[in-house]
Design a protein around this ligand. Structure first.
Ligand code: PAF
Length: 281
């Protein structure tokens, strides 16, 4: 497997792929790969001739008080895991390669980025839309793979691709969970064993909410209060948001109708976890 660090080298390999008409599958990541990322690489490998995985902790999507410096990194481990999962090339650029001195251009997706994680992390989706646009231009993929754990991210990218007429199929793939239900995340390594135990309330409360809805409950207040109460009863949990929104436009809904997304973000100590569930009635 090839590991490339410069844009020039990456472009050379992409040109070769295009000459030989290979279909390119792309999995953008910030590294510290877990089973969730590996499942995306496996999907990409099953649907494309050549799979590129980017590993880049993108500074523009972190706020000044967020965990950019501490974000876990282990390139050697990532290379070996990505290769086993079916990747053909890793693109792991330095920050200066992606954002050279004088860098001044950003991509903004409006409206869809105002609430949920966009509400609590100003600038987050501007940073994501910018780096993903740059990566798409460099890798020129036929298909790109995103996890549903970051449901808002996948929806924002889908809209960006549509609005900017990028000829790329966005594939949103299911959340991968630990056997006890915790959604996989690179940030799970920050959790103490007590925090990790209490964090199970996230997936458990979402599964109960789905059950409530499937049993006929439609009222947002009742459903969100139930989730709130289950999570707030964990002494180490500090709720950032719990919201129920339309799964396409991400606007708040009062009643469950059609396909909805229930999404939440909760702090455990210095670790912010997100989780969500889609429900269709
Ligand atoms: O989901 C992530 O890991 C990041 O937001 C992404 C898409 C790689 C952009 O930096």
């Amino acid at each position: 497997m090839k590991v490339v660090k410069t844009i020039e080298e990456l472009k050379k390999h992409i040109r070769d792929c295009k000459k030989t008409r290979k279909e390119i599958g792309f999995v953008p990541t910030m590294g510290y790969l877990h089973e969730g990322h590996l499942s995306l690489i496996k999907y990409a490998a099953s649907e494309n001739d050549f799979v590129v995985v980017s590993i880049f902790v993108n500074p523009t999507q972190f706020g000044p008080k967020e965990d950019y410096a501490e974000y876990p990194r282990d390139l050697e481990r990532d290379i070996s895991l990505a290769e086993k999962a079916g990747a053909h090339m890793i693109f792991a650029p330095a920050t200066s390669e992606m954002y050279p001195k004088g860098y001044a251009t950003f991509v903004e997706v409006e409206r869809l980025t105002e609430n949920l994680c966009g509400g609590s992390r100003p600038g987050f989706f501007r940073g994501i839309a910018t780096v993903v646009t740059k990566l798409f231009h460099l890798v020129e993929p036929n298909r790109a793979y995103f996890g549903q754990k970051d449901a808002q991210q996948a929806i924002v990218i889908q809209r960006m691709v549509r609005d900017l007429n990028m000829n790329i199929e966005i594939c949103a793939c299911p959340i991968i969970r630990e056997s006890d239900g915790l959604a996989m995340s690179s940030r799970n390594v920050y959790l103490s064993s007590e925090e990790r135990h209490q964090a199970l309330s996230l997936s458990q409360s979402l599964f109960c909410a789905k059950e409530l809805i499937l049993n006929g409950e439609r009222d947002k207040q009742i459903i969100l209060s139930d989730i709130h109460q289950k999570i707030a009863s964990q002494p180490l949990a500090e709720i950032d948001y719990i919201e129920m929104v339309d799964s396409e436009n991400l606007k708040e809904v009062e009643q469950v109708c059609g396909r909805i997304l229930i999404a939440l973000a909760v702090w455990f100590g210095k670790t912010r976890l997100i989780d969500n569930i889609f429900v269709e009635v």
